[in-house]
Design a protein around this ligand. Structure first.
Ligand SMILES: Cc1cc2nc3c(=O)[nH]c(=O)nc-3n(C[C@H](O)[C@H](O)[C@H](O)COP(=O)(O)O)c2cc1C
Length: 200
């Protein structure tokens, strides 16, 4: 049985019966499979060539991050580009997982600016930051760059090293660079569809 989302995607195949929507169908169908290929090809890259990432690629990653959705469009997320050797050295004080990448993006969120769910008071800032981070990872992969989500860092040390981040809570660090390694074993290990999905 297809789940609701798959059904909605497959519904798009009927759009070609309506001349006015031919363009929409042509745009949607190839993009869907290109996205799935990208989602499967992306892996956590933990080894980088000693080569700079171009300004153009950095701009494109930032643009993908900027357009990420957020709860109630509150946009409580900020991104810091850490590229200067002195700045990378400071960031290294807070994590051992920069893998000598030539650039790292730090994603932070501000709970004070975020949407709060009225039913239980749940603050949306971290979820919004995770979406921004996901856009960063996937855009980097689409550009042929390597990237890894780093959650293992000392947030207090990050804030101590970078007073510019005052008011934000660092959520994730993304080292990015030209890949020089292979995916680790975990990349191939995922739950089966049966384990992962339940239709209710
Ligand atoms: C929230 C989160 C935190 C992570 N933190 C780290 C980290 O601190 N260091 C690291 O090397 N990888 C980290 N990873 C990468 C995961 O280990 C990796 O995504 C997982 O093993 C699956 O492998 P794949 O990304 O190659 O498919 C993190 C991933 C996520 C989503």
């Amino acid at each position: 049985m297809k789940n609701k989302f798959l059904k909605r995607i497959s519904d798009l195949t009927h759009i070609h019966h309506r001349a006015a929507f031919v363009d929409v169908k042509d745009r949607v169908a190839p993009k869907t499979s290109a996205f799935l290929a990208l989602a499967k090809e992306r892996y956590s890259c933990r080894s980088f060539a000693q080569k700079a990432v171009s300004d153009k690629d950095i701009e494109q990653i930032l643009e993908a991050a900027r357009v990420a959705p957020s709860a109630a469009n509150k946009q409580p997320v900020h991104v810091w580009v850490v590229r200067q050797p002195e700045s990378l050295a400071k960031l290294k004080e807070a994590t051992q997982y920069l893998y000598n990448a030539p650039v790292a993006f730090v994603v932070g969120c501000s709970e004070a600016e975020a949407w709060v769910r009225k039913y239980d008071g749940k603050n949306g800032a971290e979820v919004d930051a995770a979406i921004v981070g996901t856009h960063i990872m996937l855009e980097a992969a689409d550009l042929g760059l390597g990237c890894v989500w780093v959650g293992s860092f000392d947030p207090a040390k990050v804030l101590e090293q970078f007073p510019q981040m005052d008011g934000y809570q660092p959520v994730a660090i993304f080292p990015v660079g030209v890949p020089a390694g292979e995916p680790a074993e975990n990349h191939g290990k995922r739950q089966t569809k049966e384990e992962f999905v339940t239709e209710l």
